[in-house]
Ligand binder design. Structure first.
Ligand code: TMP
Ligand code: ZN
Length: 419
């Protein structure tokens, strides 16, 4: 079922075992323009296979896409979600307070996107520096007063920072370590720009949540690694860092927030040992833990397809909400196209007027929901279901009903006063 040979991107071991194959999938973020649609025969698909490395316990996808095909045009804008901006603000507030940060400190963020996080330091008078390779999001960050280097963070940039005396007192890396195939270079570079009293706060989706809640649509080509703390601790350690504290946070279907410092420079909170012990009990470093994932995913996929097709058979109109990468994978892997879903709404101006990869469903502004009043709306950005449902009260009041596909397929009632 899996194509090609495996070589772990973390430890180079050839001992990978296949967890799940989603088949040939388009790049989840490669939204198409109307002109692209005419050339859709050229739309590329690549095998999407998830592996478990038996040597270092790191879950990852198989190598299939030439790197230059990824990250061409960056369509992800963190500030589109108020959940995300508020989440960032709380964290910044806590760190500024606990670490007494002020004008003499530096807050650095790797993959700083549109400045959704660093802007909160700027407002509190703490100097910041963002690093992000995508010019379109960097321009938005600069508008917020967030100074940003437009580049990939790695050996070259980190050495330059150290040489110019810019070490970080706090460093954030949110939702980026899952995306960097050159993992060790990035972690080593993080270590390089920290001094002994600095802390790095690293957030990344948690593999345990993905497995337990069947979040199969979070698997896509740009998303290379799926971390457990057990696997992540090894990566930190071999790059001179250690996890000194850890929290489980609800972001993106369930993430880990790891606080890392240079080895032996800070006390290690007992939460770290606690979570490592829990993972040991679950068996996240044994293949058995992942063995029935593929079968369970097939069951959810069938359930989603039958629900949507059943509604169509009754003459109901169905739309979708959130042109997220995970939405591309959900629709393509289940085979839900234009015959089933009329349109996808999304608040990101960049995405509006484009089409979902592979299935070619048009993306339109959120106002379409109330204008068109589809009977049912499948929330593809299910990680923001609460925020979306609250925002679209009008749609529900008029009888529109939301379907949340993950973690359990749930059809919400049309009445906003009932859950
Ligand atoms: P993500 O799950 O990859 O973060 O993507 C979420 C997508 O959903 C993103 O394209 C923005 C979109 N979105 C809306 O259109 N409205 C909303 O209220 C929220 C929270 C997200
Ligand atoms: Zn490995």
């Amino acid at each position: 079922m899996h194509n090609g040979t495996f070589s772990c991107r973390g430890c180079s071991s050839p001992q990978g075992r296949g967890i799940l194959s989603l088949g040939d999938m388009p790049l989840a973020n490669a939204l198409l323009t109307a002109e692209d649609l005419d050339r859709s025969a050229e739309e590329k698909r690549y095998p999407l296979d998830l592996f478990f490395c038996e040597a270092c316990c790191l879950v990852q996808i198989g190598e299939a896409v030439p790197p230059e095909e990824l990250f061409t045009d960056y369509a992800y804008f963190s500030s589109q979600s108020s959940t995300m901006v508020t989440h960032a603000e709380r964290l910044v507030e806590q760190l500024v307070h606990e670490r007494q940060l002020g004008s003499g400190n530096l807050a650095l963020e790797v993959a700083s996107n549109d400045g959704y996080l660093l802007q909160h330091y700027v407002r509190r008078g703490v100097p910041v520096l963002g690093i992000d390779p995508a010019a379109n999001v960097v321009a938005l960050a600069e508008e917020k007063g967030v100074q940003t280097i437009c580049d990939f963070f790695g050996d070259r940039v980190s050495k330059e920072l150290v040489e110019t005396g810019r070490k970080a007192d706090v460093l954030h890396a949110n939702n980026v370590l899952a995306h960097v195939p050159n993992l060790d270079e990035v972690v080593r570079s993080i270590a390089r720009v920290l001094s002994t009293s600095s802390v790095a706060i690293i957030e990344t989706p948690y593999v345990v949540e993905m497995i337990e809640k069947l979040e199969f649509d979070t698997i896509y080509h740009e998303h290379v690694f799926y971390y457990s703390l057990s696997a992540f601790a090894r990566i930190l350690r071999r790059n001179g860092l250690e996890a000194v504290d850890v929290e489980r946070i609800p972001m993106h279907g369930g993430s880990l927030r790891v606080f890392a410092q240079r080895i032996a420079t800070g006390g290690v909170h007992e939460r770290v040992r606690g979570l490592l012990e829990e993972e040991e009990r679950l068996g996240v470093c044994r293949f058995d833990y992942y063995a029935d994932f593929a079968r369970r995913v097939t069951d959810v996929q069938v359930d989603i397809r039958q629900t949507v097709e059943g509604l169509r058979a009754q003459g109901k109109r169905v739309a979708a909400y959130g042109a997220a990468a995970k939405g591309s994978i959900l629709l393509n892997s289940i085979g839900l196209g234009r015959e089933s879903i009329d349109f996808v709404v999304d608040s990101t101006p960049y995405k509006q007027g484009r089409y979902m990869p592979g299935v070619h469903i048009p993306i339109v502004p959120p106002e379409h929901l109330v204008q068109e009043m589809p009977d049912f709306t499948l929330i593809l950005a299910w990680n923001f279901a609460g925020e979306i449902v609250a925002k679209e009260e009008d749609y529900r009041r008029r009888g529109g009903r939301f379907i949340v596909p993950i973690p359990n397929l749930t059809v919400l009632s049309g009445d906003p006063s009932l859950a």
